[in-house]
Structures are given as structure tokens and as C-alpha cells.
Design a binder for this molecule. Structure first.
Ligand SMILES: Cc1cc2nc3c(=O)[nH]c(=O)nc-3n(C[C@H](O)[C@H](O)[C@H](O)COP(=O)(O)OP(=O)(O)OC[C@H]3O[C@@H](n4cnc5c(N)ncnc54)[C@H](O)[C@@H]3O)c2cc1C
Length: 434
């Protein structure tokens, strides 16, 4: 195959991918449309624009996002190197001067041998060239239509209305219990029972909790299909007990009675380390989610690996469509990277851009696939987004998806440090020859 690759989108994923390919001697045509046409969230002409926060998250190895950044440093990420150079004071977080960060990346890409930048909207996917689609959560409509022709519409999602996810080990099972409604199924749901007083305390805080502001382009469609839990609550003080908090069909084995209300949690990963709160898609601010949802009995110490969100977000059902190199299973020339894979957030976008590019470069250079196991945080994300699941929602870096340690360490910080040490050691071994 020709040693030329098309990369679509010079966002965080596409910029890293283009750089990594060019560095490995592959010619890149990098398409970016923003000088002529901007998505509703982008406002500048330069590349790798940070559309919202200027923080790339924690830089500590006691945090999974910090670990992912460290893995990216080891792999030679250009974007993380530029971020480190443009760092602004932000405690343990890696926050950057957003203009300095993006301007420097733009300059590097524009001056790089092997990269040709085409400032156009990319709309036709050829069959005879390798294409990496990294057009982000706000992929242009025309390209979106092409992707949907290839993947089938049922494999594309237009927005993200996700419920929070917590770790199993942080759920208080002295209160919660496993059971399926009306005994149907294998008792796979975790049920958090509430008495009347607990329900009303929760309800009263939920209806007045602070919400995140929606952008104008998100307001139009968002709530048609999926009502946030706080809106359900606001429609009547008992409404939730006929909807997501319905107690019917569940008997609490600790009391042999039906409770006043029950919050259900559904397994979210193969190993049962993560659980999502059923029906709790929400637009509350993250801090408010922690405060209010921790009022649910048995979730008082819940560890949230992802908060609920509601915003426009285009992503494919990677769990069905992509193989472990992030290539379409049924099309040999199309790869994906960035938020469109369902990998969530700035650093995950950089990571998938890096990972896909290494795989494409290895393929064109006749080297073996670069597959990282879930011992590393990058491998854990790739594993999460490519592993079959019933309901796929985007996921960012977190320790809930990484492979568990052999021993049980109770101290969280110590456990995270050990997971990071193991990941870094594993990654260093894996990159020989990359
Ligand atoms: C409103 C909003 C706020 C967000 N806030 C945060 C946050 O604070 N923190 C966080 O970690 N994550 C945030 N995210 C998620 C964020 O989008 C990703 O983390 C990150 O930007 C994804 O990187 P990406 O490279 O996949 O996409 P992007 O960075 O969006 O890059 C995609 C690029 O592709 C271009 N493009 C699209 N279609 C075409 C086409 N057909 N032809 C050519 N070019 C095209 C776009 O112009 C864009 O430059 C936010 C997302 C949205 C929508």
C-alpha cells in the first residue's frame, strides 16, 4: 500500500497522529476545515484548539489521567511535550496557556517535512488510501453522512446523554443488594434501597442542585430523547418513584419488604468493576453530582470514574466496529482516533491519535501491530472502547478500567501509585522497537 495517509481533523487526536506518522517517514495529507468552516465549539484558526477548559487534568501518578500523560511522554507525544512547555500554574493539574499551546502545535505541523496541510472540509473517503478519521465530537455533517453510510446509522451516536459510573468496590454492599426486577434475569442489578425520608432528602437536594450551562447548539435537540434525572424530579415529587427509582418488583432481602424507592446500578464492564446508575443521565455540575448522588444509601463513599453528561457528541459504536488497532473491522483502510471513537477528553484524544498512528506507521513500514494491554492506561482505554458491551458510552482515563493488581491494597493512593508503577514498567518494555 502507498506510504501516504490521510488524516482528517487537526484537533488533538489528528495533530498527534499526523506528527507521529510524519516522524516515522510516512507522508501525511492533513485535512482541517476550520479556516473556512468552524464547528459550533471552535473559534480560532489554529490547530489543537482546546474548546473549553485549558486544563489537561491531573499530572499526578495517583491519578489515571496523570498516568496516561506519563505514558504519552514515554511514547514521545508531541502534544504533551508542547503542553509541558506552555504550562501555567494550576496545582497538580497540567493546565496550559491555550493560545501558546495551539499556536506552537500549528507551527510544528506547518513546518514539518512529510506533512501537507489541506485547509478544506474532507467529504469523500477513498478506498485506495489509508484514512485516519479524527474529526472529533462535532464532525461536519457531510463527513458524518459518509461515515454513517459505511458504519450504518445504528452505529453512530449524535449526542452523549450518559449516566455516572462508579466503581463496584466503592459501593456499600451492606446496604445495597443484587436482584433483577420481578426475578427476571440473573439478579445482575445492584439495588440501592431508600426509605421515605431518604427519598425526600435526596429529591429536595436534586431539584435545587446546580446545573451545567448548555451551549446554544446543544439546546435544540438534547432533551427530546432522553430526560435528565433532575428534570424528571422537577416534574413532580413522586415522579421518580414511577420511573428510574421505581421500587416495584424488588424485595429487599434484608427486610423482605419493598422499599419506598430503589436506585438501580447496571454492570458496565466485563469484569464487573464498574457500574452505571440506571436512568441517571444528568446535566448537573460534576461537584453537584458527587454531592447529591452520594446521598443515595450505599453510594455514600462512591468513587465516580465518570460523571453524567449531556452534550452534543458524535461517536461511533467502536465496541462493534473497531479492532484493537482502531481500524474498522470491515474496511481495511479506515482508522479512527480521538473523541469520535468514544474515548473521552483531551488526553484520551491525544492518546488514541498516538496509538492509531503508531499502528498505521507499523503497518506501512512492515512492522507488527502495536497492541497495548489494559495494564497501561492507554491500553485500558483501547480495551474499553473496543470490547463488546450492551450500551456504549464514552469513557475517559480512570483506574476503574485498568487491570487489577494481584494483591488487594486498601489504601487508595498506594494502590494507584502501584498501578502507575506497573503501567510505566510495562509500557517501557512494550515500546522497544516502536
Ligand atoms: C463543547 C465541548 C466542550 C468540551 N470540553 C472539554 C473539556 O473541557 N475537557 C476535555 O477534556 N474535553 C472536552 N471536550 C471533549 C473534547 O471535544 C475532546 O476532548 C477533544 O477536543 C477531542 O479531540 P479530537 O481531536 O477528537 O476532536 P477536536 O479537537 O474537536 O478536533 C477535530 C477537528 O476536526 C475538524 N473537522 C471536523 N470535521 C471535519 C471535516 N469534515 N474535514 C476537515 N476537518 C474537520 C474540526 O474543525 C476540528 O479541528 C469538549 C467537547 C465539546 C464538544
Amino acid at each position: 500500500m502507498e506510504k501516504e495517509v490521510i488524516v482528517v481533523g487537526a484537533g488533538l487526536a489528528g495533530s498527534e497522529a499526523a506528527y507521529q506518522l510524519a516522524k516515522r517517514g510516512i507522508k501525511v495529507k492533513l485535512y482541517e476545515m476550520k479556516s473556512k468552516q468552524k464547528t459550533p465549539a471552535h473559534s480560532k484558526d489554529y490547530y489543537s484548539e482546546l474548546v473549553c477548559s485549558n486544563s489537561l487534568g491531573s499530572d499526578s501518578l495517583e491519578n489515571a489521567s496523570g498516568l496516561m500523560k506519563e505514558e504519552l511522554r514515554i511514547l514521545g507525544s508531541m502534544l504533551i511535550e508542547v503542553a509541558d512547555r506552555n504550562r501555567v500554574p494550576a496545582g497538580q493539574a497540567l493546565a496550559v496557556d491555550r493560545d501558546g499551546f495551539s499556536e506552537e502545535i500549528t507551527k510544528i505541523l506547518k513546518n514539518m517535512e512529510n506533512i501537507e496541510i489541506i485547509e478544506e472540509e474532507f467529504t469523500e473517503i477513498p478506498n485506495d488510501k489509508i484514512v485516519i478519521i479524527a474529526s472529533g465530537p462535532l464532525t461536519s455533517d457531510k463527513l458524518f453522512a459518509k461515515i454513517s453510510e459505511i458504519t450504518g446509522e445504528e452505529s453512530l451516536y449524535f449526542y452523549d446523554a450518559a449516566a455516572p459510573i462508579v466503581t463496584f468496590e466503592s459501593i456499600n454492599m451492606n446496604i445495597a443488594y443484587f436482584q433483577s426486577r420481578y426475578g427476571k434475569g440473573d439478579g445482575e442489578y445492584i439495588n440501592c434501597p431508600m426509605n421515605k425520608e431518604e427519598y425526600y432528602n435526596f429529591y429536595n437536594e436534586l431539584i435545587k442542585a446546580e446545573r451545567a450551562e448548555l451551549k446554544n447548539f446543544e439546546k435544540e435537540k438534547l432533551f427530546d430523547a432522553c430526560m435528565p434525572i433532575e428534570k424528571i424530579a422537577m416534574s413532580g415529587e413522586k415522579t421518580m418513584t414511577f420511573g428510574p427509582l421505581k421500587p416495584k418488583g424488588l424485595i429487599n432481602p434484608k427486610t423482605d419488604k419493598m422499599d419506598y424507592a430503589v436506585v438501580q446500578l447496571r454492570q458496565d464492564d466485563k469484569e464487573g468493576k464498574l457500574y452505571n446508575i440506571v436512568g441517571f443521565q444528568t446535566n448537573l455540575k460534576f461537584g453537584e453530582q458527587k454531592r447529591v448522588f452520594s446521598m443515595i444509601p450505599s453510594l455514600e463513599n462512591a468513587e465516580f470514574v465518570r460523571y453524567g453528561v449531556m452534550h452534543r457528541n458524535t461517536f461511533i459504536n467502536s465496541t462493534k466496529l473497531l479492532d484493537k488497532t482502531l481500524k474498522l473491522k470491515n474496511k481495511d483502510n479506515i482508522y479512527f482516533a480521538g473523541q469520535i471513537t468514544g474515548g473521552e477528553g483531551y488526553v484520551t484524544a491525544i492518546a488514541t491519535g498516538m496509538y492509531t498512528a503508531i499502528n498505521v506507521a507499523n503497518r506501512l513500514n512492515g512492522e507488527k501491530e502495536f497492541i497495548l494491554e489494559d495494564i497501561s492506561e492507554i491500553g485500558a482505554i483501547v480495551n474499553y472502547i473496543t470490547e463488546e458491551k450492551k450500551k456504549f458510552q464514552p469513557m475517559g482515563a480512570n483506574f476503574g478500567i485498568i487491570r487489577s493488581l494481584d494483591e488487594n491494597i486498601r489504601d487508595k493512593k498506594e494502590k494507584y501509585r502501584r498501578l502507575s508503577e506497573r503501567a510505566i514498567e510495562y509500557l517501557k518494555k512494550s515500546i522497544k522497537g516502536v
